[in-house]
Design a protein around this ligand. Structure first.
Ligand SMILES: [Zn+2]
Length: 72
């Protein structure tokens, strides 16, 4: 979906990327709880405007490495 630009569920090309905003879309972030702090890893979303299917992507290598370090 992210790479093809096509919805895998209905084949539509009417997709929008919704960036993860730390303030507005807090619930979509992945939380890494540390001893005294909580880090948030932003998760960008691709939404199909025809069928409503949503795909979630951690979008940077650095963030992926942070998640791997915390949960892997
Ligand atoms: Zn769709």
């Amino acid at each position: 979906m992210k790479r093809t630009g096509i919805c895998p569920k209905c084949g539509s090309r009417d997709l929008v990327r919704v960036p993860d905003d730390a303030h507005r879309y807090l619930a979509n972030s992945i939380c890494i709880t540390k001893l005294v702090t909580v880090e948030r890893v932003p998760v960008g979303r691709y939404v199909c405007c025809d069928c409503g299917y949503v795909e979630n992507w951690v979008e940077t290598r650095r963030d992926l490495d942070r998640i791997k370090g915390a949960f892997g």
